[in-house]
Design a protein around this ligand. Structure first.
Ligand code: ATP
Length: 239
């Protein structure tokens, strides 16, 4: 539509020391959309998410969030404005309980809102409610990933960024995480998903972008991407 996108990345250039990892990337995500960012190892997907979240500063280009240029905002301020990142590797606090982990995710909000958040997350992931007093570190990989996503949802993000949520999970857990993301997307959560697992990416998202070595190769609907040989190349050797 013509409404202001939730996220608009324009001409984004970013990197590490003198190594440029993104060479001018444009991405848009609209309200209620589930978008996937795909590409082979080293394509720059993680760098893109980190730059959007404010963990890295762009060298050039802009990140606009809800119509505001947030390129110079620190990550904390972006988080408070509604930008949540679930980083690769499910970094939950192993020694804290499930509920303690969730409450930490709700920290920018007053207590009453945190309670609402808990109710919503438990409704979404009933398994987390069952295990609310369990130490997070004793849960399975899939459960910890649910927790990491649930924690991000506690802050009621206006945009949820997910970096490889299925990475390293057993097939059944991959399925569970994918189903949870489909459920989230169906509830009008705006999300951008980085995935090496094409099945998950195309199950969750309706639209996607293909990155290759720091450059945007193509963008399109999932149906279009499925047919694109360049996408198959990016997922070479994968289901
Ligand atoms: P993967 O699926 O392997 O995580 P990716 O698409 O997420 O890949 P990035 O991790 O964003 O890719 O990496 C993009 C480029 O930046 C790569 O060439 C990578 O080697 C480089 N890079 C990533 N992190 C660093 C770092 N901390 N220091 C230097 N170079 C880095």
């Amino acid at each position: 539509g013509t409404s202001t996108p939730v996220l608009r990345v324009r001409g984004l250039v970013a990197g590490y020391d003198r190594i440029e990892a993104l060479h001018g990337v444009d991405v848009e995500v609209h309200q209620g959309e589930a978008v996937t960012l795909i590409g082979s190892n080293g394509a720059g997907k993680t760098t893109l998410l980190r730059t959007i979240a404010g963990l890295m500063r762009p060298w050039r280009g802009t990140v606009e969030f809800l119509g505001e240029d947030v390129s110079r905002w620190p990550a904390e301020r972006r988080a408070r404005a509604g930008l949540a990142l679930v980083p690769e590797g499910r970094r939950v606090f192993a020694g804290l309980t499930v509920e303690e982990n969730l409450r930490l995710g709700g920290y920018p909000h007053p207590r009453s809102l945190a309670a609402d958040g808990l109710a919503t997350v438990y409704e979404l992931f009933p398994k987390l409610r069952d295990r609310r007093t369990q130490a997070a570190g004793t849960m399975s990989g899939g459960e910890q990933q649910m927790l990491a996503i649930g924690r991000a949802m506690m802050s009621r993000p206006k945009l949820l960024l997910l970096d490889e949520p299925s990475l390293g999970l057993a097939p059944l857990a991959v399925r569970e995480v994918a189903d949870a993301l489909v459920e989230l997307a169906g509830r009008d959560t705006t999300l951008a998903l980085v995935e090496q697992n094409a099945t998950v990416a195309f199950h969750v998202a309706r639209r996607g972008y293909l990155l290759d070595r720091g450059t945007l190769v193509t963008a399109g609907s999932v149906a279009e991407l499925r047919e694109d040989p360049r996408v198959h190349e990016a997922y070479l050797g994968q289901p």
